[in-house]
Design a protein around this ligand. Structure first.
Ligand SMILES: Cc1cc2nc3c(=O)[nH]c(=O)nc-3n(C[C@H](O)[C@H](O)[C@H](O)COP(=O)(O)OP(=O)(O)OC[C@H]3O[C@@H](n4cnc5c(N)ncnc54)[C@H](O)[C@@H]3O)c2cc1C
Length: 439
């Protein structure tokens, strides 16, 4: 740990998967950096003891191990296809040990403020931070890499009326004991909503799930293999892939409409698919009921938009998370609408020395996708020091029109899709930009 940063030191915020990828790549490029982590250790949300963690006791990966892990640090043989949060915490701990990354971090240290010192593109940055309950300290850095996570700030919807029972968010949920003998309504059938509905089945008096729209349910296994390991080599145009994969899904999971879900009013991959083999199983056994969108609350009664009504003890909103960068002015990150508009979801257009890692949502991007972001950032910071033509070319691209990262898919215009990218298109664009800097 460097108590007094050198003039070249980069500040790195967060020691989750993205922050660790950042640390490793800054290290690889030989750039001095100082990491800040509010929690006691590495692992980010995969350390359930981290107060900002939004995993629950039953949480496992929904993408499979080999498509998710860092390429240069495979998980040891014997780790399950879809490891639990406990194994993942260990994995990140081992990663930090292996590359000797912990010594670069100040743990128990929350970054409170990040401010440019001037209007110049290559401005230095002033960071204010506090360790435990100590005094606020301020230091100056050459650049800032933000990796504080995207799934920690609950999006709590506003409902008409008042609910007299417990009204919670998935961020509040850790263990299914919470549901014991209660009539439970889960709001939203995204990945967390479905996982938690399945947990609740074994504890609750009854479980319903309220949905606004239809979903595509992908089983965890197809032909006995993790579903996301199949079909990768074949590059098909979106319309054909959508048609083939939707047909294969119908063979394996059946038609969700038969299980009470609305028919999706969008095509496959235009929203994040739900990877869950058990939710339809439990609906088929009558253990989970599918309800319409909520119209309003009245005491313990929930009125649904289809005119039906039921009583509940606990309503749990699985309504997702807002992007949250509370320590920096929104304008510096070029916020527009629900998300910062950043070149390749990484670079703030006004500055050379400000980057964000992990602000991507995509089906199957994995930690390697985040690692590749970090590789690009570290190479760019190094190329700037050498003032190479490649650095100048990337600087121009960052200020130019945004590349199309949709892969030809028309994503739903939803808040949570505001920073969604097509995995292959995105990774190819990041790798190409990175390769140009590797001189
Ligand atoms: C239930 C669940 C299942 C998931 N399944 C998958 C999956 O199967 N595959 C997949 O790829 N992804 C999955 N994810 C997504 C997950 O977000 C990523 O795997 C990964 O954790 C993102 O890493 P990150 O470093 O960007 O953020 P995080 O893991 O959230 O880490 C951010 C870190 O920054 C720290 N921090 C925040 N603010 C500050 C501050 N001001 N100062 C200092 N430190 C700060 C936090 O303490 C934290 O340690 C899942 C998420 C959840 C909740």
């Amino acid at each position: 740990m460097s108590d007094h940063p050198s003039a070249d030191t980069i500040a790195l915020i967060g020691a989750g998967p993205s922050g660790l990828a950042g640390a490793r790549n800054l290290q690889r490029e030989g750039l001095p950096f100082q990491g800040f982590e509010a929690h006691a250790d590495v692992g980010g949300l995969w350390d359930i003891a981290n107060p900002r963690s939004t995993v629950y006791q039953s949480a496992h990966l929904i993408s499979s191990r080999t498509t998710t892990e860092f390429t240069e640090f495979p998980m040891p043989p014997g780790v399950a296809d879809y490891p639990s949060h406990r194994e993942l915490r260990q994995y990140f701990s081992d990663f930090a040990d292996h590359f000797d990354l912990r010594r670069h971090y100040r743990f128990h240290t929350r970054v409170l403020r990040v401010e440019p010192e001037s209007e110049a593109r290559d401005t230095r940055w002033r960071l204010s931070f506090r360790t435990d309950g100590g005094p606020v300290q301020t230091e100056s850095f050459r650049g800032v890499v933000i990796a504080n996570g995207t799934l920690a700030e609950p999006k709590r919807p506003a409902f008409e009326g008042h609910f007299d029972g417990e009204l919670l968010h998935t961020a509040d949920y850790k263990h299914p004991e919470l549901f014991k003998d209660k009539r439970v309504l889960i709001v939203g059938a995204g990945n967390s909503g479905c996982d938690i509905a399945v947990d609740a089945v074994h504890y609750a008096a009854s479980v319903d799930i309220s949905v606004r729209r239809g979903y595509y349910f992908v089983p965890k296994y197809v032909f006995g293999k993790p579903a996301d390991t199949l079909g990768g080599a074949l590059k098909l145009p979106p319309w054909l892939k959508q048609r083939i994969d939707a047909t294969v899904l119908k063979w394996f999971t059946g038609d969700p409409v038969r299980f009470g879900f609305p028919k999706p009013d969008y095509r496959m991959y235009e929203s994040h698919p739900v990877v869950n083999s058990l939710v339809l199983h439990h609906i088929g056994h009558g253990d989970i009921g599918v309800r319409a969108d909520i119209a309003r609350f009245e005491g313990r009664t929930v009125h649904f938009k289809d005119g039906s009504a039921r009583d509940y003890d606990l309503v749990l909103c699985a309504t997702g998370y807002d992007l949250h960068y509370p320590f920096i002015e929104r304008a510096h990150l070029n916020w527009q609408g629900m998300a910062p508009q950043l070149h390749l979801n990484i670079f703030a257009p006004r500055f050379d020395t400000l980057a964000v890692l992990g602000m991507i949502e995509a089906s199957g991007i994995g930690w390697q996708g985040r690692y590749e972001q970090a590789e690009l950032v570290a190479r760019y910071l190094r190329a700037q020091q050498k003032a190479t033509p490649a650095a100048e070319a990337l600087r121009a691209a960052i200020q130019g029109p945004p590349p199309d990262l949709s892969g030809g898919y028309r994503y739903l215009k939803l808040d949570r899709m505001a920073y969604y990218v097509h995995k292959d298109t995105y990774r190819a664009a990041v790798r190409e930009a990175s390769a140009k800097l590797d001189a």
